[in-house]
Every structure is written in C-alpha cells, then in structure tokens.
Design a protein around this ligand. Structure first.
Ligand SMILES: [Zn+2]
Length: 258
C-alpha cells in the first residue's frame, strides 16, 4: 500500500524522571507545557537544561513531558560527536550500557550515570494502520523519503531510503515516522513531509541462517516473529499452520517449500 506517512523530525531532547526533575527544578515545580506533540499526552515543556561533558556542552535542550520512570537523553549523532560521546542506537527505554552526561539547570545539577542514546528511527501507527500496511509491531522495515519540490529547495536529488525502521503499534498512536535532525537533514525533509513504506527490498534469504527454527505447528506469532527477524518458515509435508499463520505467511512471503 502506498499511503503517505507523515514525517516528524525530533530535535535533541531529554525525558526526566520525577526524582531528577525535582533535583533540577526544586520540590513543588511542575513541567509547563509549551506545545503538544503528535503522540497523545506527550508535550514539549517550556523548561530546558544544559547538557555538558568534559569536551563540550549544548544549551537549551528541551524537556519533553510528562516525567518518565528513567531519565533519557536523545541526541543526533552530530550532537553526540560534539560532546565527545559515542552512544548506541536504541529504542526508547533501553538504557542498559549507554553513556551518562551532566545535566545542568539554573537550580541544580544531575550527574546522569546512563541514558544517552541515538533514537532508533521508528514509525508510530495504530493496529488498523498496521493491517493496512501489512506490518507487525517491532518489525523492521524500509522507508523511502523524497524531499518535496520547494522552489528554493537545496535538497533536490537527495532522496533517501532508510533501513532499520522499527514499527511501533499501539491503539493510542498516530501515524508518524520519527527521525532525528541528522536523519531529516540527510534527506532534506522537515516535519510534515511524507515518507513511503517500501516492501520487497531484495534481501538474500537462502542461507540456512535465514530459516526459522523448525516446528510441527506454526502459529501467527511464529509467522510474525519470522518476518520480524527476516527469516523463512520451511513448509514440509507434515507442517501444520494455523489459519492466520497461513494468511500472514502468504501475505508476507515468509514460506519456503522444503
Ligand atoms: Zn516516536
């Protein structure tokens, strides 16, 4: 399906835990909303902090609300480079083994031990969108982005295909392809431009590494997992498929005759 997916370019930002917010802004302070973000309940606050390392600092880093369980800093690769950090690409909330940073506000300082990431690019969508696009939660897809024809565009001729785009499905989500500023700039696109999901990028699927663990009965869950991992399910004479496994397996082309 060739429905346009709106692009949302996320500038560097920070999510704070309640404890860190209090240490930075004082007991009794509240995050004040500057504007709502696309995803329901999320907002950009009026408050900002300074991020600092021994090699550099970045001022006016926007706090996104509401507060979260863990503090998380989301930077572009260029930001991280300017601070002398080398954070991994991670999904939101996966902070294990990530670098820390110093967070400074007018009222306080927090030495964050870990939580700096480059955000894994992703598409938010509802279960209805997922059915229409024929994709599943946590699946990795390819997305094509072409800069719109602006009269003064400097990005003509810089169309980009992004790989490793994570699908995130939740009834509360609104369709939105989230990129950071480096990724958006590389393709010459801005928030509100359009992206297109691409199916059938030819990926080699013949080696035995690409065969899903053998079972007698495969459920829809197996088919979704095989697809998400880029693996094929071998169909033998004795193989049993649940009805939905059969439908999705055919739709996504994950079956291979033994
Ligand atoms: Zn997002």
């Amino acid at each position: 399906m060739n429905k346009a997916i709106p692009i949302g370019v996320s500038p560097r930002h920070i999510h704070l835990s309640k404890e860190h917010f209090i240490r930075l802004f004082g007991e009794g302070a509240h995050l004040t909303k500057q504007k709502d973000l696309t995803q329901g309940g999320q907002f950009a606050s009026e408050q900002t902090v300074i991020l600092s390392t021994s090699l550099g600092k970045i001022e006016d880093v926007r706090i996104l609300g509401p507060v979260r369980r863990d503090t998380q800093v989301e930077l572009s690769f260029s930001d991280a480079f300017s601070l002398g950090l080398n954070p991994p690409v991670r999904n939101s909330g996966d902070n294990e083994g990530t670098p820390g940073i110093t967070i400074i506000s007018p009222q306080g300082v927090v030495e964050l031990q870990r939580g700096v990431i480059l955000a894994q690019r992703h598409i938010h969508m509802t279960p209805t969108d997922a059915r229409e696009f024929g994709v599943a939660d946590k699946e990795s897809v390819w997305v094509a982005v072409q800069p719109p024809n602006r009269s003064n565009s400097r990005s003509a001729g810089r169309s980009v295909i992004f790989g490793d785009v994570l699908i995130r499905v939740d009834p509360s989500f609104k369709l939105d392809f989230h990129l950071d500023t480096d990724e958006g700039n590389a393709a010459g696109v801005r928030t509100g431009d359009s992206a297109y999901l691409i199916k059938n990028i030819p990926v080699e699927k013949t080696s035995t590494d690409n065969i899903y663990p053998k079972k007698r009965l495969y459920s829809e869950w197996d088919v979704r997992k095989a697809k998400a991992e880029g693996k094929l399910i071998l169909l033998e004479k004795t193989t049993i498929l649940s009805p939905s496994a059969k439908d999705y397996g055919k739709l996504w082309n994950v079956f291979k005759n033994a």
